[in-house]
Write a protein that binds this ligand. Structure first.
Ligand SMILES: NC(=O)c1ccc[n+]([C@@H]2O[C@H](COP(=O)([O-])OP(=O)(O)OC[C@H]3O[C@@H](n4cnc5c(N)ncnc54)[C@H](O)[C@@H]3O)[C@@H](O)[C@H]2O)c1
Length: 344
């Protein structure tokens, strides 16, 4: 087997021994931030990976190191269109939806189509191959819920016509469709409700952590919207990857929260990044963002009980690694951290 060099920190993402049996898995959105990490982890554990991505919100750079590996294939394909795959798959992990909030506003049609038509096409594939299907859903299904922490039974408050609705409602519909395929046609499905994730390999898009890191590295102001007292909870990519794989391997069907429950205010996050980057940047307060959440914190009791999973990487340690990676990426690629090159 060809050697694989991970884009992520090998110390943070121990590949572990190869898993038996070796599975043939399709990862949609596999060139994106989480997808690339997952493909890397799967290949290093001895599985065959078919990465399906139209590079809408990513570039192939995240999986470049896997392209020479015999167990990895990249297919340039829009998941909202049907896809025929041979030979038989043992699993479909459906991650294809852009997660950059800037795109929710500028490309809501692509976002909603990927969530609705893309999920239908990937579920059809899992049904045809008689294999397990994992949906990468999101804490966005909870909307601006006042409950804290958020457990899987919370029903949320989502605006169906707001600036984020293509994504938020798209994820809600994708969950409904996933459950429908399981109930009516017996497809073996499971739903991962992913909360904010960050780490090495993250593109410099409109998401909070890469934006703050990019600004801190350039000495530019870090813009804190509103009072900055709104809270978030960030999970390191290495922890999330293990959580997704554990959930995929489980026999569970219902939604399961995957995230780090350790909360931090946006203002404290900005200060921490400035400190860790040893930056001269200042904090600047801006207008609150329309549709912004007041708090975001997962209740991971179910994931811990079912999977024995909980995040291990402390935010400060994960940020230190991410800053080091971003700084190296900025030095080697003009324009900074991995850019989303093929955005229309
Ligand atoms: N990163 C987070 O903090 C987070 C939080 C909650 C949920 N999620 C979910 O996890 C999944 C992956 O997130 P990410 O952070 O890697 O996002 P990302 O934007 O980095 O990656 C998404 C990938 O999907 C691809 N894609 C989008 N539309 C497509 C289409 N129509 N056909 C084929 N490929 C398409 C993109 O090109 C990209 O490679 C998404 O479903 C997202 O909603 C992520």
């Amino acid at each position: 087997m060809t050697d694989v060099t991970s884009c992520n920190d090998p110390a943070a993402t121990s590949p572990g021994p190869p898993e038996e049996p070796s599975l043939r898995l399709l990862v949609s959105g596999g060139a994106g931030f989480i997808g690339a990490h997952l493909c890397d982890l799967l290949v290093r554990r001895g599985h065959q990976v078919l990465c399906v991505d139209n590079l809408f919100s990513s570039s192939a750079r995240g999986v470049e190191h896997l392209l020479r590996h015999e167990s990895f294939t990249l297919i340039d394909h829009d998941v909202s269109k049907p896809l025929a795959v041979e030979p038989t798959l043992n699993g479909v992990l459906h991650l294809a939806t852009a997660a950059d909030p800037q795109l929710f506003r500028t490309h809501p049609v692509e976002i909603a189509r990927a969530a609705a038509l893309g999920t239908a096409a990937m579920l059809d594939l899992a049904r045809e191959h008689g294999c397990r299907f994992l949906l990468a859903s999101s804490d966005a299904v909870y909307g601006d819920s006042l409950e804290r922490p958020l457990a899987e039974h919370c029903q949320g408050a989502v605006d169906p016509v707001g600036p984020r609705s293509a994504y938020d409602e798209g994820k809600r519909f994708a969950e409904s469709l996933t459950v429908a395929y399981q109930v009516q046609w017996g497809v073996d499905t499971v739903i991962a409700r992913i909360f904010h994730t960050y780490g090495e390999g993250m593109p410099s898009d409109g998401r909070l952590v890469p934006t703050y890191i990019a600004n801190a590295l350039q000495g530019a102001p870090l813009i804190v919207r509103g009072t900055g007292q709104q809270t978030r909870a960030f999970c390191h990519i290495s922890d999330l990857g293990e959580g997704i794989l554990a959930l995929f391997r489980s026999a569970h069907h219902g939604p399961v929260n995957l995230g780090d429950p350790r909360e931090i205010s946006v203002l404290a996050l900005a200060r921490m990044i400035i400190d860790l980057a040893k930056s001269t940047s200042r904090i600047q307060f801006g207008e609150p963002l329309e549709g912004d959440r007041r708090s975001r914190c997962p209740d991971i009791t179910l994931a811990t009980r079912l999977l024995g999973w909980r995040p291990r990487v402390a935010l400060e340690d994960g940020l230190r690694k991410t800053i080091a990676w971003a700084s190296a990426a900025a030095a080697s690629a003009p324009g900074g951290m991995l850019p989303a090159e093929r955005r229309p």
